[in-house]
Design a protein around this ligand. Structure first.
Ligand code: G16
Ligand code: MG
Length: 217
């Protein structure tokens, strides 16, 4: 029995969501736009371009295309300055345990991230070797909630979409997994991820029995 296990990156494997938050907040505040956890939640899983468009619309701001590119690049430079200090300690609890369990069970594993920095981050935390495929923001033309990222991952793993399981921390990502006809597993709070098929606070709540049942069913 082979299923395809697809992991989102930010907020699922590593807690880079806090660095995105810091970088977007700095940028928004510099434009005189309020930015709290509430706004940040809506940017999770959302591409860099779309995130900046949203922030500008919240602040009723229009800017030139050049300025837009400049802000995107400044945000990423700021974000990368946080990333460059990351190490294995920032892998979220029990993620290696689950990856190893899936490997033992010979289950194909892919990354399915919106981030263009995904490969860099996986290398920093030394997890790249666990993945049979990596699909990230450089490989897609349509961002989450479009299912494209997960459908490409399924294809690379050679597993049918309906036999894939997606771990996601974002509203957009759970929507993308559902749209791809995959089993969506929300990692985070029930208030936010209510439309996921299953929800867990984090991987410490996921038992080996649960993983086995996903493989068998
Ligand atoms: C992540 C984050 C988003 C971020 C996006 C693009 O997606 O959740 O907040 O805006 O990637 O990231 P970058 O600016 O690094 O290309 P995911 O899908 O890994 O959660
Ligand atoms: Mg995420």
């Amino acid at each position: 029995n082979k299923k395809g296990f697809i992991f989102d990156l930010d907020g699922v494997i590593v807690d880079t969501a806090k660095y995105h938050f810091l970088a977007w907040k700095k940028l928004a505040n510099s434009l005189g736009i309020d930015f709290t956890e509430v706004e940040n939640e809506q940017l999770k899983g959302v591409s860099r371009v779309r995130s900046l468009e949203k922030i500008l619309s919240w602040g009723n701001k229009t800017i030139s295309e050049d300025k837009f590119m400049e802000l995107m690049s400044a945000k990423n430079t700021d974000y990368l300055s946080h990333i460059s200090k990351m190490d294995e300690d920032e892998i979220l609890p029990d993620v290696p345990k689950i990856l190893n369990l899936l490997k033992d069970k010979e289950q194909p594993i892919s990354l399915g991230s919106a981030s263009k920095n995904a490969r860099t981050i996986l290398e920093r935390v030394n997890l790249k070797k666990h993945f049979d495929a990596i699909v990230d923001g450089n490989d897609v033309s349509k961002a989450k909630p479009d299912p494209e990222v997960f459908l490409i991952a399924a294809k690379l793993l050679n597993v049918k979409p309906e036999h894939c399981i997606v771990f996601e921390d974002s509203v957009a990502g759970v929507e993308a997994a559902n749209a791809a006809n995959m089993v969506s597993i929300g990692i985070g709070s029930e208030d936010v991820l209510g439309h996921a098929k299953y929800i867990f606070k984090d991987f410490t709540e996921i038992s080996n029995e649960f993983i086995n049942s996903l493989i068998e069913n």
